[in-house]
Design a protein around this ligand. Sequence first.
Ligand code: TXA
Ligand code: MG
Length: 297
Amino acid sequence: MRKGEILAFATETVYGLGADASNDEAVLAIYERKKRPQFNPLIVHCADFEMAQNLVIFPPLAQKLAQKFWPGPLTLILKQRQDNNISKIVSAGLETLAVRVPAHNLARKLIKTLNRPIAAPSANISGSLSPTRAEHVLEAFNNEIYVLEGGQCEAGLESTIIAVEDNKLFQLRAGALPREIIEKEIGQELIAAGKREKITAPGMLKSHYAPRAKLVLNVTEPKEEKGAAYLAFGAEPEFGGEILNLSPSGNVKEAARNLFSHLHKLDKGRAKIIYVAPIPNIGLGEAINDRLRRAAS
Ligand code: TXA
Ligand code: MG
């Protein structure tokens, strides 16, 4: 990475495709490898709060969030410091920068060892399913990538993204840190991204995280037809086709961890159409349903 190579690595959310955030060419290589549109900025991963503080300005509210939830699956969108040495390609020219301190030990060790912040989007081809295991990354890039193996991602969903502006908190992406937990800790409501005057997260495309198979949501009685598979949650209905369960006990945390992994599995098999059980929209369910809607769109 010091020489400008890119490296995929595990975080607690999903695998990231990392490069030295100060190296223009290395960052550009990420966009190329992922086939990512260049207007869609990247998250900068820091080893600790101090490293992040060198890059962006923390108003008191943002500092409180960082103290409560870092290291962890929370990304903050904050105003950049002028002299932060981060490649302009990382932020796609925006005045703000997305920063987070990952909770995965190996990820933080990597950043510490490099001693520089690491820019990293999820390690998938743009628009396709996110990787929660090293093998998903290898498959996506035809084995032509180095991966720092860190096991199955604990959360299995991307970080929650919050923009802090004028003492207000905007949730730009639901993610592995549930809205309710943030609101309770901070004592302030998160405002939906749509209510923000400025542009929302540029990368929040309607269709994203898409498998090849067609996805049909909120199905309790899946049709038994050729090529049909069922992604269950909780008790399973009668179904003769291939069935995978996100969480037999109906636990949303377990379902989040399994979501992309199960979708990868079904998509690699014979499934042409995947019926998905309804998931309650509370806690992590909000982020799970967000990913499912985009995957189906
Ligand atoms: O959990 C995660 O966040 C993972 C791991 C690897 O850290 N990363 C991840 O990155 O999900 P990516 O690139 O797939 O998603 C980053 C999102 C995009 O939707 C992007 O538009 C948004 O963050 N973003 C980045 N910088 C931004 C900024 N300055 N303002 C608004 N949105 C921003
Ligand atoms: Mg992504």
